[in-house]
Design a protein around this ligand. Structure first.
Ligand SMILES: Nc1nc2c(ncn2[C@@H]2O[C@H](COP(=O)(O)OP(=O)(O)OP(=O)(O)O)[C@@H](O)[C@H]2O)c(=O)[nH]1
Ligand SMILES: [Mg+2]
Length: 414
């Protein structure tokens, strides 16, 4: 399935109303258990073992944390210095607990973190808020004509027809109640309304009480699934979780290699089979391995393209069935990855996958460098789905937890 679906037709004006965590790079030492791969597997057990055993062992001497050895040189004993009183350990004000019960690094945003988000969303901000600001400049009063122009700006900024109609209706009511006296009041009201819609469906993924937590990642080709998985693997590992990846995209030759390369960065094991193998067999082995190795989080990468859309959806269903059979109740989260730069295509993709593949959360990637970031509001609101993460660049730290307040602030702050 291509992600080049014809963009949804823009409706005409008037119609609608009358219209982290810091990376540590360390890994806990674990025994290199061999997964109990069932004989039901359709491919040789070697497949998964080759990845876990020889290519990317999670543990073993080569991955032990290096410690500096004392030099073997005899030196004159120095007089013992007076021991300094040990400083009181600083207590971090904000600590979180992960699924393993260990403390996660502080989550207080680093200075400049918000500024980086703002600069990543620059083009969306220009398209949406920039145009609204230009429209309101010098407007003494707000009337129906101004709202009609706002409506057009919202639609052409990919906020989506349904959400735009609703927003404008609400603004009309506020205008009727004399709440929109000037441009600033209108701007404030619009920000509030967008924020309340984003917040209505917002929640973060909860890993508590599920072990292994199984995260299935789906979406059409090229949207950033594998990259997102790589970034997530880094984060989860850095916060003390044991992660395992499953390369269930067997359609494309380089897909597993790409996942293995991401896995290697955070020393995470990857279960893979040969190209063209049955993705469900990969998932089956991965579930077995996740349980046998006492993994905290299993992340499953899937193909974004098969010969037909129907094949793809059937495959997603089959993968889900296999996961659920091996780990009852799983997958615990099905993340649909959407490329924000495709604008309205993201809406049709969400519709398709939500119906067929049990999507529970969204990831909007490539928000850097696109003016179509309004799509975040459209997909979340129209499909009542939480946006879990946003991608604002290609590197590991560019995957961020989605925070509706931070997102709207970044768009509306001057
Ligand atoms: N600028 C930017 N690029 C991104 C982001 N996320 C992913 N990419 C890039 O998008 C391209 C495609 O990413 P992949 O992770 O391979 O996408 P995929 O969905 O796994 O693709 P298939 O395996 O073909 O289905 C890569 O070049 C990534 O570096 C992002 O947030 N911002
Ligand atoms: Mg991929």
């Amino acid at each position: 399935m291509e992600n080049q679906d014809a963009p949804e037709k823009k409706e005409k004006k008037g119609f609608f109303r009358g219209l982290f965590s810091k990376l540590t790079g360390t890994v806990s030492s674990e025994t290199n258990e061999t997964p109990e791969v069932s004989e039901e597997t359709s491919s040789p057990p070697d497949d998964s073992e080759s990845a876990s055993g020889s290519e990317l062992p999670l543990s073993g001497p080569e991955f032990e944390v290096e410690t500096e050895l004392e030099p073997c040189v005899e030196t004159e004993p120095e007089p013992e210095p007076e021991p300094e009183p040990a400083p009181e350990p600083e207590i971090e004000p904000e600590q979180q607990w992960n699924t393993s019960g260990t403390v996660v690094e502080e989550t207080t945003p680093k200075p400049g973190f918000f500024e980086r988000l703002k600069s990543s969303l620059k083009r969306t901000k220009e398209s949406l808020v920039g145009r609204i600001d230009s429209l309101l400049l010098g407007k003494k009063t707000i009337d129906a004509d101004v709202l009609e122009e706002i409506e057009e700006i919202l639609i052409t900024s990919d906020i989506g027809v349904k959400t735009t109609v609703e927003l404008i209706r609400t603004l009309e009511q506020r205008l009727g109640r004399n709440e929109l006296k000037d441009g600033e009041a209108l701007r404030g009201a619009l920000k509030e309304e967008i924020l309340s819609r984003l917040s209505a469906h917002h929640s973060q993924m909860s890993l508590v009480g599920k072990k292994p937590f199984v995260l299935l990642v789906i979406g059409v080709n090229g949207v950033g699934k594998t990259t997102t998985i790589g970034k997530l693997a880094s984060r989860f590992t850095a916060s003390g979780n044991k992660v395992l990846l499953a390369a269930a995209d067997t359609f494309r030759a380089a897909a597993a290699e790409q996942l293995v390369a991401w896995g290697a960065r955070s020393r995470v094991d990857v279960i893979r089979h040969k190209e063209g193998a049955d993705p469900s067999a990969v998932v089956f082995d991965a579930c077995k391995a996740a349980v046998a190795r006492d993994v905290d989080i299993l992340i499953v990468d899937t193909a974004g393209r098969l010969h037909t859309k129907v094949n793809l959806m059937e495959e997603m269903k089959k993968i889900r069935r296999v996961i659920d059979r091996e780990i009852p109740g799983a997958p615990h989260e099905t993340l649909l990855v959407l490329d924000a730069a495709t604008g309205q295509n993201a809406v049709s993709q969400t519709r398709l996958f939500k119906e067929a593949a049990g999507v529970t959360g969204l990831v909007l990637t490539k928000l850097d460098g696109t003016a179509k970031g309004g799509i975040v509001v459209a997909v979340s609101h129209e499909f009542a789905l939480p946006v879990r993460y946003i991608g604002v660049g290609e590197s590991v730290e560019d995957l961020r937890d989605f925070d509706p307040q931070e997102f709207t602030d970044a768009l509306f702050q001057p």
